[in-house]
Write a protein that binds this ligand. Sequence first.
Ligand SMILES: [Zn+2]
Length: 217
Amino acid sequence: MISHMRMFALLFLAAAPVHAQVAVPISVTGREEIALEQGATTPSHGINISFAYLNETGWSREEIRPAVAQLARILEQCGVTLKSAELVQVDAPARFRDFLTPISRQLAAALQLAKPTVYFVAGTRQSPAFDAEAIGRGNSRTRPELADTVWVTRGTRDLGIALAHELAHVLMDSGEHSGEPGNLMREDTAPGNTRLSAGQCAQLRGTGAANGLLKLP
Ligand SMILES: [Zn+2]
């Protein structure tokens, strides 16, 4: 009798994860608010950003947190304060761990995270293959789930600056680059390239607010 009961229990346990995997292949395994320091200047706008990282892609909260702090400092020059930064840990099957439009649309649709959202993934299967990619309103008409998202691969250098660069593309809803020395929107990110011009800041605030991504602080 006892051995029969144990056998039943083992079968039940073995069957449960398989069933769960079929029903919910994508799940949130952790959520935390990243603590942010308030800047010295009085901001005109605030932004809330979700940061999602996938398990088994090599990303960790320890690597993401300082990059988010750097992103916040860069946005401050435009009078934009990062009000909240939610870090979301996601478990998903291997096919979701690289950026690829038809697959990543499903991931975004399943998670329904507040936007703008930054996704930290392993790599990209897109062609051309960018280390990091921003999707605004203008380039998301055929893939609306991906509007106002940024996809960051493990190949991304200067992480905090790259985050700010891609988010600026989203907020400005523009793929435009700048040739100005030291500008954040130079085609290649580099440690010194963090500045935004008054005109870029105005566009970032105006378009970001019009698209509902920026709010009064
Ligand atoms: Zn760019």
